[in-house]
Design a protein around this ligand. Structure first.
Ligand code: KG4
Ligand code: ZN
Length: 351
């Protein structure tokens, strides 16, 4: 593959993090993170218990230029020294995506550098190559606020969907659970912290779809809405927040382990020598979930790879790295006319 390292600026604005980063590397990685600036808008959205799209896009617009300047100056690099500019082009909140992508287009036009319009999910998917230099293929468990998927990754443009959620994403389930239990936003870290002091067997919560294999290729689908409803009913009685958090988290771990075990069999059918499980997305920052999946990997003869928490949650280093991958695969970048996309599933290229 490409031998000369590529250096890219990455820009991420698809949700409530305004982020810019400079990454240098060659595929399959690991790459070098020269800077990684993440400004979280959590405080601006906290009073509403969730992300407000209008507040997010306005905040991105106000601070993105300064964040990019910081990323370049911390990396001690000028625009002229870059090999390209990568920005999230979707999926995500369209106003925010437009701010980041338009800024990247202006920088690409002004500097004459290639623009790479990155799929945010691909950024999460390839993070373990940035951090660990993981070779293809690998099984990806992508668990974030907006997504919950099991995907066989055979290459930069080879994503095979084995399962996705039929209702809520797992991060969303954490956020809603926190709200029901009166814990602060964002819910994931708050529920994890409360669960540490709770008894996971205190309440018997449902594990939807457990043990059930769906038909067809999406045999490892997830469902979390039944769990959420049961928790809401439980919370109407007098409950211990710690015990409810621990019981909820234990149910989530059981569901993730069960679905991942099914996807492992599907992955092995596609890639007989495949034996790596990569976790990605904000929920992968959860240590109990990481431990549960590590145990599953030991049982199934897989190796688990989990990027460090700050590269699991939204960041621009993963977007810059996806740009390195795309340009290294021989692409010349994207046209400046490329459009932002609110919805953009990872391509399902399985035959
Ligand atoms: O990947 P991410 O930063 O943004 C999206 O693309 O969605 O993921 C954010 C999600 C939120 O739902 C948040 O509650 C969840 O990840 N999360 C966690 C933890 N840290 C973040 N969920 C469980 N445990 C955590 N420690
Ligand atoms: Zn994300």
């Amino acid at each position: 593959m490409a031998s000369k390292p590529l250096t890219l600026l990455g820009i991420e604005t698809s949700c409530d993090e305004t982020a810019a980063a400079v990454v240098r590397g060659t595929v399959p990685g690991p790459g070098e993170i020269l800077s990684n600036i993440v400004f979280s808008q959590t405080e601006a959205h906290a009073p509403y218990g969730g992300v407000v799209p209008e507040i997010a896009s306005r905040a991105h617009l106000e601070i993105l230029d300064g964040i990019i300047e910081r990323a370049l100056s911390e990396a001690k690099i000028s625009l002229a020294e870059l090999d390209g500019i990568a920005a999230t082009a979707g999926p995500g909140l369209i106003g925010g995506v437009m701010v980041g992508l338009t800024t990247a287009k202006a920088l690409a036009l002004g500097s004459g550098k290639p623009l790479v319009a990155v799929n945010h999910l691909m950024g999460h998917a390839l993070t373990a190559r940035l951090t660990h230099g993981v070779e293809f293929p690998f099984l990806l468990l992508l668990v974030s606020g907006g997504h919950c998927q099991l995907v066989g990754v055979g290459g930069v443009d080879d994503f095979r969907l084995y399962g996705s959620t039929i209702d809520d994403a797992v991060g969303e389930a954490f956020d809603k659970t926190a709200k029901i239990l009166g814990l602060p936003y964002p819910g994931g870290p708050a529920v994890e912290a409360a669960a540490k002091n709770g008894n996971s067997k205190a309440y018997d919560l449902p594990r939807p779809l457990l043990g059930k294999r769906g038909s067809g290729r999406a045999g490892a689908d997830f469902s979390f809405s039944g769990l959420k409803t049961a928790l809401r009913q439980l919370a109407e009685t007098k409950v211990s927040v710690e015990d409810a958090s621990a019981s909820f988290q234990a149910a989530v771990i059981d569901i993730l382990r069960d679905r991942t075990r099914i996807a492992m069999a599907m992955f092995r059918r596609d890639f007989p020598n495949g034996n790596k499980l990569v976790l990605a997305g904000g929920v992968a920052a959860n240590q109990a979930i990481g431990a549960g999946l590590n145990k599953l990997c030991a049982e199934e003869d897989f190796t688990a790879l989990i990027p460090p928490p700050r590269l699991c949650t939204d960041n621009a280093a993963m977007i810059a790295w996806a740009g390195v991958e795309r340009l290294s695969a021989g692409g010349a970048g994207d046209a400046l006319s490329v459009s932002p996309r609110a919805r953009w599933p990872l391509a399902d290229t399985a035959s």
